[in-house]
Design a protein around this ligand. Sequence first.
Ligand code: DGL
Length: 272
Amino acid sequence: MFDSGVGGLTVLSEIRDRMPFENTVYFGDTARVPYGVRDLTEVRWFAYEIIRYLTRLNVKLVVIACNTATAAALKTAQRSFDVPIIGVIEPGARAATFEAQNRRVGVLATEATVRSRAYAKAISNIDAGIRVREQACPEFVPLIERGITEGPELESAAEVYLRPLMEDPVGAVILGCTHYPLISATINRILGPEVRLISSAGQTALEVGRILSRRGYLRRPTHAEDFGSPVYVCSGDPQEFAALGSRFLDEEIEAVAPAEVGSRRSDAPLLY
Ligand code: DGL
């Protein structure tokens, strides 16, 4: 699985909780974070480059553990690669349609995800009568990647972003960026307990389990303690990734392998 940074660890953590015997490779593209302020075409190149990297490791499934990269690359990547690829937008959209009693859903996401309208389309495919209000939150990811998950700086940004969702009350809010579960306490406090917060991480993990089991791909442990091992790779500073990642996963990340990124334009996939 991959993300622009540490946000996708929220998905990894759900996958490991539900499928502790699976081996995982997590790629954090920390040299190029944030993705959310970039052009979707550029994010698509990045996603293809990382998917190629992962498929060379013979993975049996790729999770795009990043909403922005899902919006930019999921459909074309599914057509381009043989390995099954899943994203995080559809699972979250589906959960929101169940949770929003008043059929009004808010989406907090990066600028690029909001621009793609991927959530509005995914929700409308399930229930075209649901009103979707999307809000870009460009300051969240840089704060989280600096390790700031609470405090006045975050609060004041959150208050500005959440105001429109409170003025036209929504029944459920999708955390449409895999970084945002790390700041859900602040979001929850501002929105109040009556608004359901939805993170795609758990839903995505369920879907991963379904696909692996249906295809007969689930790893068979040899004994009860034969847990899968997590591998971490990042394109930026491995030490920084290990420190921040350990904090967010609440478990020591011992080793992070460095990876070179930066495909030339001519390496970019044919997209259409
Ligand atoms: N965590 C990613 C997402 O879900 C990317 C955030 C970013 O790099 O801007 O959108």
